[in-house]
Design a protein around this ligand. Structure first.
Ligand SMILES: Cc1cc2nc3c(=O)[nH]c(=O)nc-3n(C[C@H](O)[C@H](O)[C@H](O)COP(=O)(O)O)c2cc1C
Length: 351
């Protein structure tokens, strides 16, 4: 008989990062209970391995008009294969938490479809699926909090082997939250990639963007980390009146690097730039040296992230470039985790 995995697997599919946040929160809560977890994006996981798992927690968002996130397309196509049959996932336990917005017609469509498909393939739900709604005044967390409580209590009942220290064991949140999620390594100036100095301006910028984004903890699919082309905006005027609630605009662009082909209906992903002054003051405020050379990696943990996209080349980039290209220093609104971490810092400072 095949050996079942004794780790709790968390699979997430995200378009804009919320599902990753939720997956990481579930992983933190599991670790607080001494439960070993592996967390992975659906595009880093081979769906063929599902029958060998014990229990899988899915955290999936819905995008477009009821569509799966890009990172889930291959995984979902695999699950839809007819030949998998109704016993394929027999003996496997699962739970689904969805992220969506009830303002859309196909509310949380992906979570609902996934839940049904897993059940049709023979898997057993640990708890009823949870559906997070952007429209709720407290956002998706309003549904997540009670869903997680029932998940842990039900898992304790039916899967006690995940909790070797017993159902009442709980590491304090402060102890775990104090641990950084990423590790920043500082390098010597001599480590700078000499190949870059010979590259053209656009090639250089393209490499820097690719490098910064592949080191960033925000998940960008590998093939999308480098921009395909650089454009110059030549026209920008409003199509709606100033009093209108939406600001709809007409833009025209010219290629300034190589020309790429596109068709009607293609989507243009724009990488916004930031105010250099804001970037400088952010770095200064954090008391960092903008000229230092860094590489950034997820913190090594006993039992965490499978990420096949980890940049193994490890070519350092300037701290300033990293901040400029991967962080939103002026307008990003902090998530709840930020405040949790800050409040723990405050507590530790006052102890
Ligand atoms: C372009 C776009 C399309 C969306 N389409 C849907 C949809 O069809 N159904 C739904 O329930 N939510 C929809 N949403 C809401 C997202 O699912 C929701 O914001 C979720 O928290 C995003 O999670 P993510 O950051 O993990 O991708 C959409 C959001 C955006 C930005």
């Amino acid at each position: 008989m095949e050996m079942k995995s004794m780790t709790l697997l968390i699979l997430y599919a995200t378009q804009t990062g919320n599902a990753l946040d939720v997956a990481e929160r579930i992983a933190r809560e599991a670790e607080r209970r001494a439960c070993t977890v592996v967390i992975s994006s659906t595009d880093d996981y081979d769906a063929n391995s599902l029958p060998a798992e014990d229990t899988v927690i899915f955290v999936v968002s819905t995008t477009g008009q009821g569509d799966t996130p890009d990172s889930m397309k291959v995984f979902w196509r695999f699950l839809l294969q007819r030949n998998l049959g109704s016993h394929w996932l027999e003996g496997i336990h699962y739970a689904v938490f969805g992220l969506g917005d009830s303002g859309y017609q196909k509310y949380n469509f992906v979570a609902k479809k996934l839940d049904k498909r897993l059940s049709d393939l023979g898997a057993t739900a640990v708890v009823e699926r949870g559906l997070g709604d952007d429209q709720h005044p407290s956002g998706y967390e309003a549904a997540l909090d009670p869903w997680l409580s029932s998940l842990w209590s039900r898992l304790n009942e039916i899967k006690p082997h995940f909790f070797p220290k017993g159902p009442d064991f709980l590491v304090s949140n402060e102890e775990l939250i104090g641990l950084p999620k990423v590790q920043v390594t500082y390098h010597n100036v001599n480590d700078m990639d000499s190949r870059l100095s010979t590259a053209t301006d656009f090639k250089y910028l393209q490499m820097q963007i690719g490098r910064a984004r592949s080191m960033s903890s925000g998940k960008v699919p590998h093939e999308k980390s480098k921009p395909d082309a650089f454009l110059k905006m030549v026209k920008n005027f409003p199509l709606t009146r100033a009093s209108h609630e939406k600001d709809v605009r007409h833009f025209e662009f010219e290629f300034v690097s190589q020309v790429i082909k596109y068709e009607i209906g293609d989507v243009l992903e724009v990488l916004p730039s930031q105010s250099p002054a804001a970037v400088d003051s952010f770095i200064q405020r954090c008391n960092l040296d903008p000229e230092s050379l860094i590489t950034v990696h997820p913190r090594e943990m006993e039992n965490r992230h499978i990420d096949n996209n980890v940049n193994t080349l490890d070519v350092p980039i300037k701290l300033r470039t990293f901040v400029e290209l991967t962080m939103d220093v002026t307008s990003a609104s902090p998530r709840r985790y930020f405040f949790e971490a800050r409040s723990c810092d405050e507590l530790l400072c006052h102890c």
